[in-house]
Design a protein around this ligand. Sequence first.
Ligand code: NOJ
Length: 738
Amino acid sequence: MSQSKVLPAALADRIERLIAAMTPEEKAGQLSQFFVFERGSEPVDEEIAAGRAGAILFVRDPSEITRLQRIAVEESRLGIPLIFALDVIHGLRTIFPVPIAMAASWDPAAVEAAQAVAAAEARATGLHWTFAPMVDVARDPRWGRMIEGAGEDPYLGGIMAAAQVRGFQGDDLSSADRMVAGPKHLAGYGAALGGRDYDEADLSESELRNVYLPPFKAAIDAGAANIMCAYMTLNGVPATGNHWLITEILKEEWGFSGFTVSDANSAHDLAKHNFARDGADAAVRALNAGLDMEMALEAHDSVFNTLPQALAAGLIEPARLDDAVRRVLTVKAQLGLFDAPYAEPDAAVRVLDEPAHRDAARRAAERSFVLLRNEGQVLPLDPRALRKVAVIGPLADSARDTIGPWVFDHDNAETVTVLAGIRDHLAGTAEVEHVTGVSIEQRLNPSFFDDIPGFDIAPLVSVDDDAGIAAAVAAAKDSDVALLVLGEAQNMIGEAASRSSLDLPGRQQELLEAVIATGTPTVLLMMAARPLDLKGASPAAVLQIWYPGTQGGTAVANAVFGKIVPGGKLPFTWVRSIGQVPLHYARMVTHKPKEREMRYWNEDGTPLFPFGFGLSYTTFAYSDLVIGADPIGLVDDLAIAVTVTNTGSVAGDEVVQLYIHQRHGSAARPVRELKGFERVTLAPGESRVVRFVLSAERRRYWSSAARGWVADATTFDVFVGGDSVASLAGTFTVAPKD
Ligand code: NOJ
């Protein structure tokens, strides 16, 4: 684990000598990072040469990275190398499915492998640090950034967070194919009021510690060398100036030894939050809260450049300033930058063209799909039985949407759209007719992203909707099957892209209903990352394809025609309508315990699809739940086993899930909590015993009543199965000490 690795003594000495030699200005410089969008910008060159920059973000051209690094190493007084950072969220050149899709694979090995490819491509380009993974738990699908996380559950979130950290960082940050991971955004960002991005969050300590913090802890235990602080105010104190969060919990309680960074301008923002008096006060309060590096929008606009005056005025302790600098320099040393500050000159060309990366992206997409409906086993389609297929919808042939948000320099021409994947699969066997159908509406409010170079938002399709719907109906009538690719354009979800509705945007709902009404079997391929509301429309099959990445179309075709069998499961509860939000499976039982009784006059209390749900082209049965011991002691781990059998006629994957429920204790606990899972592949008729260890640690929780972590002597229910409403159940008791 990289961050906890002890540096060789010679390097540690070198860092101490550097700190001793640095002026307060140079120290503040190491703690400042800023955006560089343009090549060859003079003010930036001057800042670097003067030692007033520790890191740069957003430069992506390998030769420009090398040029700027040369200025730092050869022209600045102490020659300290820069760290170059970028949001490498789901790939650099080879784009993998978006993070929520990767979480839907419930396959940490696939997730780790994907981020290892991303790291190899990024490091070859000269980048050292990614602002990923986003480990914010998200329980409100209005919040666009749910696409960047692992969904609603702290346990699944922790497993995915750790897998991504391992993928980015490996065992040795100085390797030519690894980079620093920066889990974000500490903490509670996903609980923004109303799902409005950047809005305040109010979370009890129990909710924070039981739900929102565990993925951060898991990422840190996996060795993450950086943590990004969140934009918003948490319980009235801005996260970036929150001493309790950054110093007391992260650094002291969890022993985090890497460095913390602000979100873009969020140190600056402390003054906007009515918290700091002005920029200089913001710098003092952020540093004193435990923030180590500021991410500023512009070179001359950082607040940390006022730290030398704060030091002179006694507003910050020299030891705190040095601690921040030491943390940053230590990560630079772990990256090997003092000895090898430049990427190998031709690495980018070689690594970015690696065909194995494209294969990995296709396999990842195939593992991420979730089959939500499959009436009459309409899927998989048999290509030999098809004369003509209609591929319909505004997202069917949109390369830019297929790869999703947070993608910069990818060449759209390399992306396999769904249409291209289907055409390729059916080449020479069946005719394919493509109809766009309807437009997707434009953004109501402009976003600051619209002006940022690199956020190349392709114009959303614009067609005559009436004529488009008529053409789609005609094509469907004339086809054996209609494949509709509907959902949200990629810029409708992500940062600053919350939505107040879960409806299909534009007139896609009308298009969907008109095509279903033709009577031609209709398969909906949903390109989205929210639980969209189909308002009761019932296509024969629904396959959630997310934003499947570079090889998305090939992967989708493989799933539609049965070359692979979907095995992903939902990492969030799929609400029936937006009025149910927030609705998560790990709810508390209250006065009216049954979900159905809860409590809408006009809506069922249950979700449309539960957390953990996903169908397959085969079926599975569960039997023989074995609970290893009963009663057990407070500190005992417990072995739990279950047999899962493939009862269908094709091989397929099942995600076996373990949930517990604590019946009584010092505080009330949720009706179910995920505590283990394993994705297994089974041949037809094959059975497998899947074993879990429910550790004593996983039975602990933060109790508001006890104001601390507790493990209760109590009775637990155990549920095992293929989703969060699994019915195979058992119990065990935890005996009091004696
Ligand atoms: C703001 C976002 O909140 C954060 O996630 C991202 O890493 C930074 N901008 C840098 O792009």
